[in-house]
Write a protein that binds this ligand. Sequence first.
Ligand code: BGC
Length: 466
Amino acid sequence: MTAQSNLRDAGVPSRQIGGFITIVAATAALGGLLFGYDTGVISGALLFLKGAFGLTAQMQGVVTSAVLAGATVAAGFGGWLADRFGRRLVMLVLAVLFVVGALLSAIAGTVSALVAGRVLIGLCIGVVSFVAPLYIAEVAPPDRRGALVSLNQLAITIGILVSYVVDSAFADSGAWRWMLGLGAVPGMVLAGGMLVLPETPRWLIKQAREADARKVLLRTRSADQVDHEIQEIKADLLLEHQALGWKAFLVPAMRRPLTIGVGLAILQQITGINTVIYYAPTIFQSAGFETAKASILATAGVGLVNVLMTIVALKIIDRAGRRALLLTGTAGMAVSLAVFAAGYAFGGALPGFRWIAIASLMAYVGFFAIGLGPIFWLLISEIFPLGIRGRAMGAATIANWGFNLLVALTFLQLLQSAGPAATFLIYAALSVIGWFFAYRLVPETKGRTLEQIERFWVEGRPIKEW
Ligand code: BGC
């Protein structure tokens, strides 16, 4: 290191460090924006794709699920990619592929070209959905990690809201090519950003590039924390060497975080969030908002609540802690869903019901946004030991997308066969199960370094002692 950089390093004011780290995290979170936009945009585009390609109901299902299926598959090898080639390079390549996928879908002349474009986007989403939070968690200082990683969830919700707005803006002209193609814009910005952002210190040290890691740490921490953090990461890596590749997953100390990560992944989806995110207009129409316009407006309202409550979560997550938010959020989801279901069962035909429907669904989405939404993605970036982090996050992400696909495929059928009251009551019951799962198993990770968290697993500490 040069004397000049020494001087600069010792003197970087903390405000400047804070600003830099926020820019790094916000840029990486564009991955979340793409995730939200590309999963949200299809509901509106579908109306016109039907006409343009003469899609049967079955083919509509294929076009809609193409992204989810691609994401499920890609999450399987994304972890390996991130461990092997580094988080930054993977993010850069993904950003370029996002642009290609968006343009392919936008110019598609046949259904197969369209599906190919959507599958490509799905593959990218599957990987970005966890490499972005992983990247941020590894660059962030412990005391701001919760908020910084959750920027990614905020970006997801903004992406969903923007997709609703874009869909309704192009609805009159039916310009579906624009709806799908606009996803290329954040893709380009992300690619530009990843060209200049640094690799994460943890991954660099794993590659024996300590000098490079030190440079990154000096830009993202105050100088007095750097040596300590490097030592911690190294100690962590020593532990990793004692573990044996994939067999590491079977060691008891790893089993607990894996159960939590995969369990929360499944719970995040089977409590029904995407039935609302993907099908809100349909739900609102059946609840009494007759015109398409009214139900689209109601849907935009849901999207807005999702964004606003995620901002609330971001503000308090590093103080209130993960557990408190998760438990409050999941309890609130259960109650709101039960109210929605009871409203349907007892007053579905009454004129006032639609207001109960909209209020309870908004409350449900709001509670998701302060709990399971951000906290699932945050916890899976925190709880896994470094040696298996990439692959373990991959496993949790596969479960998340796989169950997302499952719920998307079964929801409409469930609605038809069991009716709305029973369907939403099932999601309410699953939220109750989710609450007990979180209460019994999920530890508090706020303010701890990733290395401390790892040591807690190895020591086998009970949740209460965290
Ligand atoms: C979930 C997505 C969901 C989104 C809604 C994310 O945390 O993983 O499936 O669509 O939140 O905000």
